[in-house]
Design a protein around this ligand. Sequence first.
Ligand SMILES: [Zn+2]
Ligand SMILES: [Zn+2]
Length: 255
Amino acid sequence: MGLLFKTLLFIRSAAGHALALLLPPQTCVSCGKESLYLPVCISCREEMKASLKEAIEATETRCKRCGRILISEKEICLECRESDTIACLDGVFPLYPYVLWKKKLLFLWKTEGLPSLSPFFASLVYEAWKTLYPGIPLVPVPPRPGKIFREGRDQIDELSRCMQGLYGLPVFKVLKRLSSRQQKKLSRAERLSRTEKRYALKPAFLLPTSFKASPPEAAVLVDDIITTGATLEICAELLKQAGIKRVYAITLFSC
Ligand SMILES: [Zn+2]
Ligand SMILES: [Zn+2]
């Protein structure tokens, strides 16, 4: 399975390179130089990896709750001091701040359907995972109902499959977002998690399906971006209710 996955990825990237040779020159979203390796050129990819390695070694410069880079605060950022959104999560590590051309990069991956970015993002997530949360299984944050039907793919699922196929990471797809019809079937008490009650969010759009064996001791949620942290927090709360003791999260970006 792993070999087949790697072969398919190789064919896809080789086809991408062949196609790039036929097209007019295109430029890297970061440095603006012409590159065959898109949307980020090789040297910018290397730079992203180097800055990530530095960030992984300097976790003390980040908020202990949400993982954002601290400016003049100590340990907990101002936002987290003012709100108690993050209570169940035991740690979050966003790889990069969501600024400048990183916005374009996420847009290209999510809406322009650039699956070639998934193995690249997986290599970055792997870098953080192997140092910060080694051996801990991943739990992808699930897409909204109907997303795969409408768009043909879910980027977080694609990223998780790369993590599993390329690096052999254990992935548990145990969370599910409920459709509005499913939500209506639940009683009000059932459909609101604690986080949702506190923040008057939409009724429970996530629900854990059971683990086949006993749940792991810890899990790492994977998502593209952390904004308020409420979605990750609901997921963490549900995983803890299912018996997982520690829940962390890695996101590509933080707002
Ligand atoms: Zn570049
Ligand atoms: Zn914070």
